[in-house]
Ligand binder design. Structure first.
Ligand code: DAH
Length: 361
């Protein structure tokens, strides 16, 4: 074997022996780079005679090409092998059990609202909404609470800075203005439910400056007190999941309804525990609803003829019914954003709310 053949064989061996794309690259620089033996030979060609150049030139070039080809095919093989190894190492094992993920919880207010809307939805009520910032007309005047009316003092109103025209916007003190807004833009028959935030400047064990209400309104030519009673009774029994829940309608006063009533549900208090249901007569009563027949002046304020149409309305506090159903003792905890509290009182996110089905969770 002459020197040239030996050189070629050595280089081909080095190519075959390289075990990675990186080491092959080192071999390439060694074999074909500027300082490689082949480059040196090529350089020396210039100093040879024409005859010799004719003989050696093609020879060197052939060797060079063979080595280039060997490197190229080795490179492809190595790349394939490296890809295969990577794929094998990164393969996803779909049979592995999932890593535990922190699971979010549904806040009891959202849960209670979902249940309330599902129950009234099944009675064909549509959801209506209004703004949190209200004007005096919608929050008070149209609801038969004119300026200087003592009922205004009952609402500890948050006022916004006065407008240029002297009027003052308020944070709505109840969801009743949504009644007005709905009647102003829709003609009877109406059957709506309006959930939302409400605000009063009040804060203690049983009051928070922001809380939630759900307002109901039915207006048509024939709606009467019997319908109101049936509707409210039906709702309470579905929501509390107690088929024979005792209810009591107690005469009351609201400026926007006449006659007005407050609705109490039967409960039993025993050893400091409160149990919804039980016998109303032998136990206690808990107030949960305000309601009544829509006052003719309210209909008039919304351009609905009170001689043709009549209706009933009701309002309830969402925190209150959530506390009662789910045994949450302190109202303020709803808004403290304490994750431990939410984990304890919250609801699983993926359970679709059934009609008042929260107790089974
Ligand atoms: N708006 C009343 C409140 O916040 C609740 C209420 C009572 C609403 C009677 C009504 C109703 O629609 O008829 O105290």
């Amino acid at each position: 074997m002459n020197d040239l053949e030996k050189l070629e064989q050595d280089l081909l061996q080095a190519v075959a022996a390289s075990g990675s794309v990186a080491s092959l690259e080192a071999v390439r620089v060694d074999a074909l780079g500027k300082k490689s033996s082949i480059s040196l030979l090529m350089k020396r060609l210039g100093g040879l005679s024409l005859e010799e150049r004719k003989e050696k030139g093609p020879l060197y070039n052939k060797i060079k090409r063979r080595i280039e080809q060997a490197i190229e095919s080795r490179k492809v093989a190595l790349e394939m092998a490296e890809l295969g190894a990577k794929l094998a190492a990164e393969r996803v094992d779909v049979t592995l059990s999932a890593r535990p993920e922190g699971e979010g919880r549904i806040h009891p207010i959202s849960q209670a609202l979902d249940e309330v809307l599902a129950i009234f939805g099944a009675m064909s009520f549509a959801v209506a909404e209004g703004p949190d910032i209200e004007d005096d007309f919608h929050n008070f005047t149209a609801l038969n609470i004119p300026p200087e009316h003592p009922a205004r003092q009952m609402h500890d109103t948050f006022y916004l800075p006065g407008e240029r025209d002297g009027s003052q916007l308020v944070l709505r003190t109840h969801t009743s203005p949504v009644q007005v807004r709905t009647m102003q833009i829709q003609k009877p028959p109406l059957r709506i439910i309006a959930p939302g935030r409400t605000y009063r400047s009040d804060s203690d064990m049983t009051h928070t400056p922001m809380f939630h209400q759900v307002e109901g309104l039915v207006v048509d030519e024939h709606a009467h007190m019997g319908h109101l009673k049936g509707c409210v009774t039906e709702f309470c029994r579905a929501y509390f999941e107690i088929a024979d829940l005792p209810l009591r309608f107690r005469p009351s006063f609201f400026p926007f309804t006449e006659p007005s009533a407050e609705v109490d549900i039967g409960c039993l208090r025993k050893d400091g525990e409160l149990k919804i249901g039980g016998k109303g007569d032998s136990g206690d009563w808990l107030e949960i609803f305000g309601c009544g027949m829509v006052h003719p002046k309210v209909l008039e304020a919304c351009s609905i003829d009170p001689h043709t149409y009549q209706g009933f309305a009701f309002g309830l506090g969402v925190e209150r019914i959530a506390m009662l159903k789910y045994g949450i003792p302190d109202l303020r905890t709803f808004f403290e954003a304490d994750l431990r509290w939410l984990r304890h009182y919250g609801f699983a996110a993926l359970d679709i709310p059934s009609l008042g089905g929260g107790l089974s969770q």
